[in-house]
Design a protein around this ligand. Structure first.
Ligand code: ADP
Length: 229
């Protein structure tokens, strides 16, 4: 008998997930697994259902029909969407203090400053977040997510509003989280830029997953090929 090889740890499993808005189907029959220490890229045109799928994966929206099973520890998941979770009246540092307390980490000032340094906001630590530009707010929102040290991370177009240096930093941070064992699902609008970071790709078109499989097999020119995710 061959020794059984343990498979990758599944954090989220989607079973025949669908979604309707009113009478209109947006997603149909999506089957996928989010695994620890992997980055899954969700790609597709505007309106393909990427954000909807991400919210369903994160447990923020219900599939209709279908099932979503979650296997991550409670409190391990972090979500970064289009609207930043940033309190405008609090300073950047106070935002991080709040979020780290919320997640039971209680980072001290030194650790918070190190985090703000990583996202290029150390010089603005004591400024109210309400005066920040869109890109700065986005970077603070990223710091908020990193402060949680999540084991499961959902990112909806996290590079939008970021300059190239910040987008590169974001990719490095995501790679570091994956190396630490986190599962990451990222909706991307820069497929060419994000593909090297991805382990798996889920491509949505016409309400279906037209590709769901290893990133190395994803061919942007052959969208019709179905895969198993
Ligand atoms: P993507 O992220 O790929 O751009 P979305 O998941 O945001 O796509 O949206 C998929 C489709 O569902 C779009 O046509 C959008 O207009 C529609 N949609 C999204 N959210 C809602 C909602 N709350 N109510 C009705 N329609 C929605």
């Amino acid at each position: 008998m061959p020794a059984s090889i343990p498979g990758p740890r599944v954090l989220v499993r989607l079973g025949k997930v669908g979604k309707f808005y009113g009478e209109r189907p947006v997603l149909r029959g999506i089957e996928a697994e989010v695994r620890a220490a992997e980055v899954m890229l969700v790609v597709g045109k505007n309106g393909a259902g990427k954000s909807t799928l991400l919210r369903i994966m994160a447990g923020l929206a219900r599939p209709e029909p279908g099932q979503v099973e979650h296997f991550a520890e409670p409190g391990q998941a972090a979500f970064l969407g289009h609207r930043p979770f940033v309190y405008p009246r609090l300073t950047a540092d106070a935002n991080l203090a709040f979020w780290s307390r919320m997640h039971g980490r209680n980072l001290d000032r030194q650790a918070r400053m190190a985090l703000l340094e990583r996202v290029g906001l150390a010089d603005f630590a004591d400024e109210p977040a309400g005066v920040f530009s869109r890109g700065m707010t986005q970077r603070l929102d990223l710091a908020r997510v990193f402060a949680q040290a999540p084991g499961l991370l959902f990112l909806d177009e996290p590079a939008s509003g970021l300059d190239m240096a910040s987008a590169a930093l974001l990719r490095r941070e995501i790679a570091a989280l994956r190396s630490a064992g986190a599962g990451v699902v990222m909706v991307s609008h820069d497929v060419a830029g994000d593909l090297p970071l991805a382990d798996r790709v889920l491509h949505l078109a016409g309400t279906r997953a037209v590709f769901c499989g290893p990133a190395r097999e994803f061919d942007a020119g052959a969208f019709g090929a179905a895969g198993a995710c």
